[in-house]
Design a protein around this ligand. Structure first.
Ligand SMILES: Cc1cc2nc3c(=O)[nH]c(=O)nc-3n(C[C@H](O)[C@H](O)[C@H](O)COP(=O)(O)OP(=O)(O)OC[C@H]3O[C@@H](n4cnc5c(N)ncnc54)[C@H](O)[C@@H]3O)c2cc1C
Ligand code: FES
Length: 273
Protein backbone atom coordinates (compact mmCIF):
# COMPACT_ATOMS: atom_id res chain seq x y z
CA UNK A 1 0.00 0.00 0.00
CA UNK A 2 1.39 3.46 -0.90
CA UNK A 3 0.48 6.59 1.09
CA UNK A 4 0.01 10.14 -0.24
CA UNK A 5 0.05 9.42 -3.94
CA UNK A 6 -1.52 12.75 -4.82
CA UNK A 7 -0.02 15.99 -3.48
CA UNK A 8 -3.34 17.81 -4.08
CA UNK A 9 -4.79 15.83 -1.21
CA UNK A 10 -1.94 16.49 1.24
CA UNK A 11 -4.12 18.88 3.25
CA UNK A 12 -5.47 18.82 6.77
CA UNK A 13 -8.95 18.16 5.35
CA UNK A 14 -7.73 14.99 3.74
CA UNK A 15 -6.49 12.25 5.97
CA UNK A 16 -5.09 9.55 3.66
CA UNK A 17 -4.58 9.01 -0.04
CA UNK A 18 -3.63 5.44 -0.79
CA UNK A 19 -2.91 3.14 -3.67
CA UNK A 20 -4.19 -0.14 -2.32
CA UNK A 21 -6.00 -3.36 -3.29
CA UNK A 22 -9.46 -4.87 -3.50
CA UNK A 23 -9.92 -7.54 -0.82
CA UNK A 24 -13.38 -8.66 -1.91
CA UNK A 25 -15.87 -7.78 -4.63
CA UNK A 26 -19.25 -9.47 -4.47
CA UNK A 27 -22.19 -8.89 -6.77
CA UNK A 28 -25.20 -8.51 -4.45
CA UNK A 29 -27.90 -8.77 -7.11
CA UNK A 30 -29.58 -6.02 -9.05
CA UNK A 31 -27.00 -3.41 -10.05
CA UNK A 32 -25.17 -3.55 -6.69
CA UNK A 33 -21.69 -4.71 -5.71
CA UNK A 34 -20.19 -4.79 -2.24
CA UNK A 35 -16.47 -4.09 -2.22
CA UNK A 36 -13.93 -4.43 0.55
CA UNK A 37 -10.83 -2.29 0.13
CA UNK A 38 -7.73 -2.61 2.30
CA UNK A 39 -7.26 0.76 3.99
CA UNK A 40 -6.42 0.44 7.71
CA UNK A 41 -5.85 4.15 8.33
CA UNK A 42 -9.09 5.20 6.63
CA UNK A 43 -11.06 2.40 8.32
CA UNK A 44 -9.73 3.50 11.72
CA UNK A 45 -10.58 7.19 11.12
CA UNK A 46 -13.93 6.74 9.38
CA UNK A 47 -17.29 7.65 10.90
CA UNK A 48 -20.81 7.13 9.48
CA UNK A 49 -21.48 9.80 6.85
CA UNK A 50 -17.89 10.15 5.66
CA UNK A 51 -17.01 9.33 2.08
CA UNK A 52 -14.02 8.35 -0.02
CA UNK A 53 -12.94 9.45 -3.48
CA UNK A 54 -12.06 6.47 -5.65
CA UNK A 55 -10.13 6.03 -8.87
CA UNK A 56 -9.61 2.62 -10.42
CA UNK A 57 -8.50 3.42 -13.93
CA UNK A 58 -5.50 4.80 -15.78
CA UNK A 59 -5.75 7.47 -18.48
CA UNK A 60 -8.04 10.48 -18.53
CA UNK A 61 -11.45 8.90 -18.96
CA UNK A 62 -13.25 9.07 -16.62
CA UNK A 63 -11.40 12.23 -15.63
CA UNK A 64 -12.49 12.55 -12.02
CA UNK A 65 -12.40 10.37 -8.97
CA UNK A 66 -15.83 9.07 -7.96
CA UNK A 67 -17.26 9.64 -4.44
CA UNK A 68 -18.72 6.78 -2.38
CA UNK A 69 -20.01 6.76 1.16
CA UNK A 70 -18.23 4.47 3.55
CA UNK A 71 -20.79 1.71 4.17
CA UNK A 72 -18.87 -0.01 6.96
CA UNK A 73 -15.56 -1.44 8.02
CA UNK A 74 -14.32 -5.02 8.23
CA UNK A 75 -11.03 -5.32 10.10
CA UNK A 76 -8.50 -3.25 8.16
CA UNK A 77 -10.83 -2.85 5.20
CA UNK A 78 -13.51 -0.40 4.18
CA UNK A 79 -16.81 -1.53 2.74
CA UNK A 80 -18.41 0.41 -0.10
CA UNK A 81 -21.70 -0.44 -1.83
CA UNK A 82 -21.59 0.52 -5.48
CA UNK A 83 -24.55 0.73 -7.82
CA UNK A 84 -23.66 0.56 -11.51
CA UNK A 85 -24.90 3.71 -13.21
CA UNK A 86 -22.13 4.73 -15.64
CA UNK A 87 -18.53 4.26 -16.77
CA UNK A 88 -16.77 4.72 -13.41
CA UNK A 89 -19.06 2.47 -11.41
CA UNK A 90 -18.93 -0.20 -14.14
CA UNK A 91 -15.11 -0.23 -13.96
CA UNK A 92 -15.10 -0.36 -10.15
CA UNK A 93 -17.67 -3.17 -9.92
CA UNK A 94 -15.72 -5.24 -12.49
CA UNK A 95 -12.44 -5.16 -10.51
CA UNK A 96 -10.90 -8.50 -9.51
CA UNK A 97 -9.77 -9.28 -5.98
CA UNK A 98 -6.16 -8.04 -5.71
CA UNK A 99 -6.69 -5.28 -8.28
CA UNK A 100 -5.16 -1.86 -7.52
CA UNK A 101 -7.35 1.06 -6.55
CA UNK A 102 -6.65 4.64 -5.44
CA UNK A 103 -8.68 5.86 -2.51
CA UNK A 104 -8.73 9.14 -0.60
CA UNK A 105 -10.45 9.75 2.71
CA UNK A 106 -12.16 9.78 5.03
CA UNK A 107 -13.68 13.02 3.72
CA UNK A 108 -16.59 15.10 4.97
CA UNK A 109 -18.73 15.15 8.08
CA UNK A 110 -20.43 12.42 10.11
CA UNK A 111 -23.94 11.78 11.40
CA UNK A 112 -24.43 12.56 15.09
CA UNK A 113 -24.38 9.75 17.62
CA UNK A 114 -27.83 9.12 19.09
CA UNK A 115 -28.39 9.91 22.76
CA UNK A 116 -29.23 7.08 25.13
CA UNK A 117 -32.74 5.72 24.47
CA UNK A 118 -33.21 8.16 21.60
CA UNK A 119 -35.27 6.76 18.71
CA UNK A 120 -33.63 7.08 15.32
CA UNK A 121 -35.52 7.19 12.03
CA UNK A 122 -33.14 6.34 9.18
CA UNK A 123 -34.55 7.27 5.78
CA UNK A 124 -32.73 5.95 2.71
CA UNK A 125 -33.41 6.24 -0.99
CA UNK A 126 -31.35 4.11 -3.41
CA UNK A 127 -27.58 4.49 -2.88
CA UNK A 128 -28.34 6.55 0.24
CA UNK A 129 -28.51 3.24 2.12
CA UNK A 130 -24.67 3.07 2.29
CA UNK A 131 -23.87 5.66 5.03
CA UNK A 132 -26.94 4.57 7.01
CA UNK A 133 -25.66 0.98 6.94
CA UNK A 134 -22.44 2.29 8.54
CA UNK A 135 -24.51 4.16 11.13
CA UNK A 136 -26.27 0.90 12.09
CA UNK A 137 -22.93 -0.93 12.23
CA UNK A 138 -21.48 1.70 14.59
CA UNK A 139 -24.62 2.00 16.77
CA UNK A 140 -25.74 -1.60 17.24
CA UNK A 141 -27.78 -0.84 20.36
CA UNK A 142 -29.60 2.19 18.98
CA UNK A 143 -33.38 2.04 18.59
CA UNK A 144 -33.41 2.37 14.78
CA UNK A 145 -36.24 2.17 12.28
CA UNK A 146 -35.02 2.03 8.69
CA UNK A 147 -37.28 3.44 5.98
CA UNK A 148 -36.02 2.31 2.58
CA UNK A 149 -37.51 3.63 -0.62
CA UNK A 150 -36.70 1.95 -3.91
CA UNK A 151 -37.93 2.23 -7.48
CA UNK A 152 -38.62 -1.52 -7.70
CA UNK A 153 -37.75 -4.83 -6.03
CA UNK A 154 -34.46 -5.18 -7.98
CA UNK A 155 -32.99 -2.44 -5.75
CA UNK A 156 -33.66 -4.44 -2.58
CA UNK A 157 -30.73 -6.82 -3.10
CA UNK A 158 -28.59 -4.44 -1.08
CA UNK A 159 -30.69 -5.19 2.03
CA UNK A 160 -29.65 -8.85 1.96
CA UNK A 161 -27.16 -8.23 4.76
CA UNK A 162 -27.18 -9.63 8.31
CA UNK A 163 -26.73 -6.10 9.66
CA UNK A 164 -30.34 -5.32 8.68
CA UNK A 165 -31.80 -8.51 10.20
CA UNK A 166 -32.67 -7.02 13.57
CA UNK A 167 -33.73 -3.63 12.30
CA UNK A 168 -37.31 -2.48 12.17
CA UNK A 169 -37.59 -2.15 8.39
CA UNK A 170 -40.25 -0.15 6.52
CA UNK A 171 -40.08 -0.75 2.82
CA UNK A 172 -41.66 1.02 -0.14
CA UNK A 173 -41.30 0.61 -3.89
CA UNK A 174 -42.63 3.06 -6.44
CA UNK A 175 -44.08 0.25 -8.60
CA UNK A 176 -45.42 -1.81 -5.67
CA UNK A 177 -43.23 -4.84 -6.53
CA UNK A 178 -42.20 -5.12 -2.85
CA UNK A 179 -43.25 -3.51 0.42
CA UNK A 180 -45.83 -0.75 0.34
CA UNK A 181 -46.46 0.91 -3.02
CA UNK A 182 -45.58 4.60 -3.03
CA UNK A 183 -43.03 6.97 -1.60
CA UNK A 184 -41.06 6.28 1.55
CA UNK A 185 -42.01 9.68 2.96
CA UNK A 186 -45.66 8.58 3.27
CA UNK A 187 -44.64 5.76 5.65
CA UNK A 188 -42.32 8.13 7.50
CA UNK A 189 -45.16 10.63 8.03
CA UNK A 190 -47.35 7.86 9.55
CA UNK A 191 -44.59 6.82 11.97
CA UNK A 192 -43.79 10.41 12.91
CA UNK A 193 -47.40 11.03 13.85
CA UNK A 194 -47.21 8.11 16.32
CA UNK A 195 -43.89 9.18 17.80
CA UNK A 196 -43.15 11.79 20.48
CA UNK A 197 -39.58 12.41 19.42
CA UNK A 198 -36.85 10.94 17.27
CA UNK A 199 -33.79 12.08 15.39
CA UNK A 200 -34.15 11.69 11.63
CA UNK A 201 -31.07 10.82 9.54
CA UNK A 202 -31.53 10.68 5.79
CA UNK A 203 -29.59 10.08 2.58
CA UNK A 204 -30.98 9.76 -0.91
CA UNK A 205 -32.23 11.84 -3.83
CA UNK A 206 -32.57 15.56 -3.05
CA UNK A 207 -36.39 15.70 -3.56
CA UNK A 208 -36.81 12.85 -1.05
CA UNK A 209 -34.59 14.57 1.52
CA UNK A 210 -36.40 17.85 0.98
CA UNK A 211 -39.69 16.10 1.82
CA UNK A 212 -38.10 14.40 4.84
CA UNK A 213 -36.68 17.74 6.08
CA UNK A 214 -40.11 19.38 5.73
CA UNK A 215 -41.81 16.57 7.67
CA UNK A 216 -39.18 16.74 10.40
CA UNK A 217 -39.60 20.53 10.66
CA UNK A 218 -43.40 20.16 10.96
CA UNK A 219 -43.01 17.63 13.80
CA UNK A 220 -40.13 19.54 15.39
CA UNK A 221 -37.76 16.54 15.05
CA UNK A 222 -34.06 17.16 14.52
CA UNK A 223 -33.01 16.08 11.03
CA UNK A 224 -29.61 15.50 9.44
CA UNK A 225 -29.29 15.06 5.69
CA UNK A 226 -26.39 13.67 3.66
CA UNK A 227 -26.14 15.62 0.40
CA UNK A 228 -24.91 13.40 -2.44
CA UNK A 229 -24.49 16.14 -5.03
CA UNK A 230 -22.19 15.85 -8.03
CA UNK A 231 -18.60 16.22 -6.82
CA UNK A 232 -15.31 16.99 -8.51
CA UNK A 233 -12.41 17.62 -6.12
CA UNK A 234 -14.05 16.46 -2.88
CA UNK A 235 -11.98 18.88 -0.77
CA UNK A 236 -13.68 22.27 -1.10
CA UNK A 237 -11.57 23.63 -3.98
CA UNK A 238 -13.86 23.66 -7.03
CA UNK A 239 -17.47 24.69 -6.15
CA UNK A 240 -18.66 21.58 -8.01
CA UNK A 241 -20.81 20.40 -5.12
CA UNK A 242 -22.46 23.54 -3.72
CA UNK A 243 -25.91 23.56 -2.12
CA UNK A 244 -27.88 26.73 -1.26
CA UNK A 245 -27.42 27.92 2.32
CA UNK A 246 -30.38 28.90 4.51
CA UNK A 247 -30.60 32.52 5.64
CA UNK A 248 -28.39 33.89 2.86
CA UNK A 249 -30.08 34.25 -0.55
CA UNK A 250 -26.77 34.18 -2.41
CA UNK A 251 -24.89 31.89 -0.03
CA UNK A 252 -23.76 28.34 -0.65
CA UNK A 253 -22.35 25.43 1.32
CA UNK A 254 -19.87 22.88 0.03
CA UNK A 255 -21.42 19.42 0.24
CA UNK A 256 -17.91 17.92 0.33
CA UNK A 257 -16.51 19.88 3.29
CA UNK A 258 -19.51 21.47 5.09
CA UNK A 259 -21.18 18.08 4.49
CA UNK A 260 -22.10 15.69 3.16
CA UNK A 261 -23.94 15.42 6.49
CA UNK A 262 -25.56 18.70 7.55
CA UNK A 263 -28.37 19.72 9.83
CA UNK A 264 -31.38 20.08 7.52
CA UNK A 265 -31.95 23.66 8.72
CA UNK A 266 -28.60 24.73 7.21
CA UNK A 267 -30.03 24.28 3.69
CA UNK A 268 -32.38 26.57 1.75
CA UNK A 269 -34.70 23.82 0.46
CA UNK A 270 -36.74 26.34 -1.58
CA UNK A 271 -33.74 26.63 -3.94
CA UNK A 272 -33.41 22.83 -4.35
CA UNK A 273 -35.33 21.16 -7.18
C1 LIG B 1 -20.90 11.98 -1.02
C2 LIG B 1 -21.40 10.98 -2.03
C3 LIG B 1 -21.56 9.66 -1.65
C4 LIG B 1 -21.99 8.70 -2.58
N1 LIG B 1 -22.12 7.41 -2.16
C5 LIG B 1 -22.45 6.45 -3.05
C6 LIG B 1 -22.52 5.07 -2.64
O1 LIG B 1 -22.29 4.74 -1.47
N2 LIG B 1 -22.82 4.14 -3.58
C7 LIG B 1 -23.06 4.48 -4.89
O2 LIG B 1 -23.32 3.58 -5.70
N3 LIG B 1 -23.01 5.77 -5.30
C8 LIG B 1 -22.72 6.75 -4.42
N4 LIG B 1 -22.65 8.06 -4.83
C9 LIG B 1 -22.95 8.38 -6.24
C10 LIG B 1 -21.73 8.00 -7.09
O3 LIG B 1 -20.65 8.87 -6.78
C11 LIG B 1 -22.09 8.15 -8.58
O4 LIG B 1 -23.06 7.18 -8.90
C12 LIG B 1 -20.85 7.91 -9.42
O5 LIG B 1 -19.95 8.97 -9.27
C13 LIG B 1 -21.24 7.78 -10.88
O6 LIG B 1 -20.07 7.57 -11.62
P1 LIG B 1 -20.13 6.88 -13.05
O7 LIG B 1 -18.85 7.20 -13.75
O8 LIG B 1 -20.49 5.43 -12.95
O9 LIG B 1 -21.36 7.57 -13.72
P2 LIG B 1 -21.38 8.78 -14.77
O10 LIG B 1 -21.04 8.18 -16.10
O11 LIG B 1 -20.57 9.91 -14.26
O12 LIG B 1 -22.92 9.15 -14.70
C14 LIG B 1 -23.93 8.13 -14.93
C15 LIG B 1 -25.27 8.66 -14.48
O13 LIG B 1 -25.28 8.85 -13.05
C16 LIG B 1 -25.64 10.19 -12.74
N5 LIG B 1 -24.87 10.61 -11.56
C17 LIG B 1 -23.53 10.65 -11.42
N6 LIG B 1 -23.17 11.12 -10.19
C18 LIG B 1 -24.33 11.40 -9.54
C19 LIG B 1 -24.68 11.94 -8.25
N7 LIG B 1 -23.74 12.30 -7.34
N8 LIG B 1 -25.97 12.09 -7.95
C20 LIG B 1 -26.94 11.78 -8.82
N9 LIG B 1 -26.69 11.25 -10.05
C21 LIG B 1 -25.42 11.07 -10.41
C22 LIG B 1 -25.28 10.99 -14.00
O14 LIG B 1 -26.10 12.15 -14.12
C23 LIG B 1 -25.60 10.02 -15.10
O15 LIG B 1 -26.98 10.02 -15.41
C24 LIG B 1 -22.25 9.06 -3.94
C25 LIG B 1 -22.10 10.40 -4.31
C26 LIG B 1 -21.67 11.34 -3.38
C27 LIG B 1 -21.49 12.76 -3.81
S1 FES C 1 -16.40 18.83 -4.84
FE1 FES C 1 -15.01 20.47 -5.22
S2 FES C 1 -15.70 21.95 -3.79
FE2 FES C 1 -16.88 20.22 -3.28
Amino acid sequence: MTESINPLYNTEAMKHSLRTTIVDNTACGGQWNRLEIEAPEIAAAAGPGAFVQVRAWTGISPLLRRPFSIAGTCGDSLIILVKKVGTGTRIITALDVGAEIEITGPLGTNFSCPGPEQSVFLVAGGVGIAPLRFFIERNPDADCTLFFGARDSSELAVLDDELFENINLKLTTEDGSAGVKGLVTALLAEEMEKSDSAIVLTCGPAPMMKAVAELAAMCDFRCEVSMETYMCCGIGACMGCVVPAAGDASGYLHACTDGPVMDSTMIDWSRIK
